[in-house]
Each structure stands twice: as structure tokens, then as C-alpha cells.
Design a protein around this ligand. Structure first.
Ligand code: FMN
Length: 206
């Protein structure tokens, strides 16, 4: 049985195209996999708090010595990591804000990137500990970053792929909804292309 985890994060809420296409893809993937489950982690509706001293100190302490604030912060991280462990397929939607992912998604990474728990260093090299999962990443952006002059500043995709790889999610399919700020024709083409990409990846995943 397949367990799909859908993570959306755009602060544009119902207007978000990354959430729309990631959600559409995840729901259709569930439909084509008999018995599959879909867990939704909406980081816009329920944003993780920025990490703080309670979390950083608390996660380094034995569980029975944590203060209530430390225990709550660590439990939140453990719950987010448990969602990842339970999933064989992770679908992530991220809409570019100031050349990077939304801070809601960055805050999520600050909880799930946990040394010794989701990654470790072996002889100086990083080893991700959440391997064996398929990841589908949907990024949306006003500009075009897949090629051309802005490719060098594609901090959103590069950051996300690096952080996903850090925790062991290295098998990534990337769908872009890009060039949305270049006028109505370009926006329509971006949406059409994304629909085609969703269709193609659903066929590939079948
Ligand atoms: C506050 C804000 C900042 C943005 N910054 C950028 C940016 O730096 N580069 C860019 O190409 N698009 C930028 N955009 C455009 C968004 O990336 C675009 O609207 C995209 O569709 C957002 O993803 P979403 O549809 O999933 O919400 C920004 C939009 C907002 C609202």
C-alpha cells in the first residue's frame, strides 16, 4: 500500500499554483494506486513556529530531562518526521518568495533536518536517513529559472533539492510552473505546461 504525504506551503493560500498542482498530482496519484492513503500537511494553514532555544537545546537532551517547552518543541519535530517516515511518496508544493521557498517551508525543514535522526555525517560525508522514497517537487515562480539569465539564482529549487537530499530524499521529479509574471499568455503557457507535466508524471508513476 502506498502512503502519500502532500506538503503545501505557499502564503498565497487558495491562489497558490504550487499548492494547486501539487494537490492535484497527489490526489490523482492516490486515485491510481488502489488502497493508497493521502496525508496533507498544509504549512500555510498550520505554519510551524520558527525554531527556538527550547527546540535546539531540547533535542540534544534525554527525553526525561526536557522542560515542558522543550518536550513540546521536540514532539512537534518528531511528529513531522514521523509523517515522513510513514510516507513512501512525498509531494511538495513551493511558491517562490524573494527568490527562495516560503518561510513556512523553510521552518518545516528546520524541524525535520535533525542531525543523528534524519541525517548524519559518516567520515565527513552527509548520509540522509530517510531514503527509499519518491519525491515530487512542484515549484512556482513569477520569473523563469529553469534556463536563461535567472538560472544562476534559482535558490528555491536548489535549496529544496539540497535539503531534501540532506535527509535522504534524493529521487526527485521536479515540475515547474514558471514565468507567471510575464503576462497573461506566458502565465497560460506555464499553467498548460504544468498540466502536461502532471499528466506525464502520473503516467510514469502508474
Ligand atoms: C511576496 C512575494 C514575493 C515574490 N518574490 C518572487 C521572486 O523573488 N521571484 C519570482 O520569480 N517571483 C516572485 N513572486 C511571485 C511568485 O513566485 C508567484 O506568484 C508564484 O506563483 C508563487 O507561488 P504560488 O502560486 O504557489 O503561490 C513573489 C510573490 C510574492 C507574493
Amino acid at each position: 500500500m502506498s502512503n502519500i504525504l502532500l506538503i503545501t506551503s505557499s502564503p498565497r493560500g487558495t491562489e497558490s499554483l504550487s499548492a494547486r498542482f501539487a494537490g492535484d498530482f497527489a490526489r490523482r496519484l492516490r486515485q491510481q494506486r488502489p488502497g493508497a492513503t493521502l496525508t496533507v500537511r498544509d504549512l500555510y494553514a498550520q505554519p510551524p513556529a520558527h525554531i527556538d532555544e527550547a527546540y535546539i537545546v531540547g533535542r540534544g537532551l534525554p527525553a526525561d530531562t526536557r522542560t515542558p517547552a522543550q518536550a513540546a518543541a521536540v514532539a512537534h519535530a518528531e511528529a513531522l518526521i514521523a509523517e515522513l517516515h510513514a510516507a513512501d511518496t512525498v509531494v511538495i508544493g513551493s511558491g517562490m518568495i524573494n527568490f527562495g521557498p516560503p518561510t513556512q517551508l523553510r521552518a518545516w525543514f528546520d524541524y525535520v533536518a535533525w542531525p543523528g535522526v534524519t541525517f548524519r555525517y559518516v567520515e565527513g560525508k552527509i548520509e540522509g536517513l530517510l531514503g527509499g522514497k519518491k519525491t515530487y517537487l512542484v515549484t512556482a515562480s513569477g520569473g523563469v529559472f529553469s534556463n536563461g539569465p535567472r538560472a544562476a539564482v534559482d535558490f528555491q529549487s536548489n535549496y529544496l533539492k539540497y535539503l531534501l537530499g540532506l535527509i535522504g530524499l534524493t529521487d526527485i521529479e521536479h515540475m515547474r510552473v514558471e514565468g507567471l509574471a510575464y503576462g497573461p499568455d506566458a502565465a497560460k503557457a506555464a499553467i498548460d505546461n504544468a498540466q502536461t507535466a502532471v499528466q506525464a508524471l502520473l503516467a510514469k508513476a502508474a
